[in-house]
Design a protein around this ligand. Structure first.
Ligand code: AHM
Ligand code: MG
Length: 334
């Protein structure tokens, strides 16, 4: 803590650089650039409800410019910020079919790459529900000074150097890990700074489950049995468990991370491979879950052990408190 009794994100990042002997500040600068983009996106998200009042018609705003959808804005903001940092050689984003390669000399020489979902749950924006940005950082495999290729992005989640999310909620928070625990920062709007508010987050054993039960009939038998287990009356073991589902991954995950619980997105009729994307959603959340003492599984093993086959690969996803993820695996493998 400094003399003002608060630690800003950048102060924390710089202090933590000491955890990595030989670090030259590249990752610190990269994380900082994500923090800057997050503030810009936050400003825009906060204004979303005002757009109608401000009198924009259709897709054209009062200056006659085309209004960008917020998820496109978030994508462009993050890509711009990462490119400007000079610490990233390329980006894979849920918004883009292909990888985005930065061919500026400084970026070509950068050793990191980023996978991200710029604005997850953006369909919730119209109804004032929390949404989020999810990011994941890897070291490139190709030599520095060259253009990265697809294989640089198709690395197991266990190779992540850092991961995190920003939640645009009743307050805006940035939560991240570099593999040495999970820390959370709340945006103080009066200072315009993310300030350390949740140090060394640990997920407690859970008794909350989060799943879109509308898809019940399509769930694997093991998941149907797990849901019935959660609903069983067994007061000694805190059951029936409480059901909480927002339908916005960052918000559901954030609540469970702090309070304990499990988030489930199994395969369904509509999404036979699962709905959530391995690179942009599951791997970063899995890294955070594990660093907070929880787990992340695809039903039959660890999410972060999967070797991705394609950029936009989807996968069934079960994450949260260890006791609950173990239980789901038990039901699925029975
Ligand atoms: P998106 O990436 O298109 O925003 O979709 C991902 C969202 C997650 O935030 C959320 O967990 C999930 O979709 C909800 O899906 P459903 O509406 O099927 O329950
Ligand atoms: Mg998404």
């Amino acid at each position: 803590m400094n003399s003002y009794n608060l630690t800003t994100l950048i102060e924390f990042i710089i202090a933590k650089q000491a955890d990595f002997p030989g670090a030259k500040g590249e990752l610190s600068r990269l994380l900082y650039s994500i923090g800057v983009a997050a503030k810009m996106i936050n400003k825009k998200v906060n204004k979303a409800g005002l757009v109608d009042i401000l009198g924009t018609a259709g897709n054209i705003n009062i200056q006659g410019e085309e209004q960008k959808k917020l998820d496109v804005f978030a994508d462009q903001q993050l890509i711009g910020s990462l490119k400007a940092s000079g610490e990233v050689c390329g980006v894979a984003s849920e918004e883009n079919d292909e990888i985005v390669v930065f061919d500026h000399e400084m970026s070509k020489d950068a050793k990191y790459l980023v996978c991200m979902d710029p604005l997850d749950g953006s369909s919730n924006i119209d109804v004032n529900v929390s949404i989020g940005t999810i990011f994941s950082i890897y070291r490139r495999l190709s030599p520095r000074g060259t253009k990265p290729g697809l294989e640089d992005f198709l690395q197991e989640g266990s190779k992540q150097i850092a991961a995190g999310y920003i939640i645009y909620g009743s307050s805006t928070m940035l939560v991240y890990t570099t593999g040495k625990g999970v820390n959370g920062f709340t945006l103080d709007p009066s200072l315009g700074e993310f300030c350390l508010s949740h140090e060394h987050i640990q997920t407690p054993p859970g008794s909350m489950y989060s799943i879109n039960e509308g898809n019940y009939l399509a769930f694997p038998e093991g998941i149907k049995r797990f849901i019935k287990y959660c609903q069983d009356v067994d007061p000694a073991n805190k059951r029936p468990y409480t059901s909480r589902y927002i339908g916005s991954l960052v918000a559901d995950f954030h609540r469970n991370l702090l309070k304990g619980g499990i988030f489930l997105y199994p395969q369904t009729h509509k999404n036979p491979e699962g709905k959530l994307r391995l690179l942009y959603e599951c791997n970063p959340m899995a890294f955070l879950a594990e660093q907070a003492g929880g787990k992340a599984s695809h039903g039959n093993g660890r999410i972060m052990d999967i070797v991705p086959g394609s950029l936009h690969q989807r996968i069934p996803f079960y994450t949260g408190s260890t006791n609950m993820v173990d239980k789901v695996e038990e039901f699925l493998m029975a």
